[in-house]
Ligand binder design. Structure first.
Ligand code: G3P
Length: 224
């Protein structure tokens, strides 16, 4: 996926599942095209194939398991994520954490299958061990700021700068993002100024009264 990048996580918000998921995905595709800025979508797993088929944006699973396809009721094997048309997957989101050994094995399996990985870290220390796993992206997201109205870029710019520096030191091929509380174009611009290559966000768009306007405004943060 190209950078700078805005990843819109649909989570399991009622505003973004089922038929409303495709509506939101189409809005994101139109605003990404209008702004000529890269947007990727992370819909609820039940909507993944429909969204991957319905819009021309990279689509990510919100999670996948270190399981092979087959008799795996209720699990999410990477092979099935790829078959659904996804370009990759989030992993270890604060709302869906994984044990470190499982995370390492899952990143490896996704890589072998050509799936891009966006590994989430709650702080800089966690980000260091995760950068060594070689994900495509590393997103630092302090859990206490997730879903709130104060952006990580203003509440704790140091964690963003430190994570960028440590990830670059450990694995310069990994692209660093940040997330949590990002709501405005100014927050996005600040994320780039702090050295990241983009943002991971959810409620600022999904729960906005007009998601289209909210996304368009966020994308102004990528304007040079
Ligand atoms: O995956 C991104 C998400 O955890 C951030 O949530 O609502 O603070 O943008 P939000």
């Amino acid at each position: 996926m190209e950078t700078p990048l805005l990843i819109l996580n649909f989570k399991a918000y009622p505003e973004a599942v089922g038929p409303r998921a495709l509506e939101l995905a189409r809005i994101a595709e139109e605003e990404s095209e209008a702004a000529a800025k890269a947007v990727a979508l992370a819909p609820f797993i039940g909507d993944l194939a429909q969204i991957a088929d319905g819009v021309d944006l990279p689509v990510l699973a919100q999670h996948c398991d270190d399981r092979r396809g087959g008799s795996q009721t209720g699990w999410v094997p990477p092979e099935a994520v790829r078959a659904a048309g996804a370009a990759g997957t989030l992993l270890n989101h604060a709302e869906r954490p994984l044990p470190e050994a499982t995370l390492r094995a899952t990143v490896k399996r996704c890589d072998a299958l050509g799936l891009e990985t966006v590994v989430c870290a709650t702080d800089t220390t966690a980000a260091q061990s995760m950068a060594a796993m070689g994900p495509t992206f590393l997103a630092v997201e302090p859990p206490e700021l997730i879903g709130g109205n104060v952006s990580v870029t203003s509440a704790n710019p140091r964690i963003v700068q430190e994570t960028v520096a440590q990830v670059a030191r450990i694995n310069p091929d990994v692209h660093t993002l940040c997330g949590a509380g990002i709501k405005t174009g100014a927050d996005v611009r600040r994320a780039l100024e702090l050295g990241t290559e983009g943002v991971l966000l959810a409620s600022g768009v999904v729960k906005a009264s007009t998601p289209r306007h909210a996304l368009a405004e966020l994308l102004t943060g990528f304007e040079t």
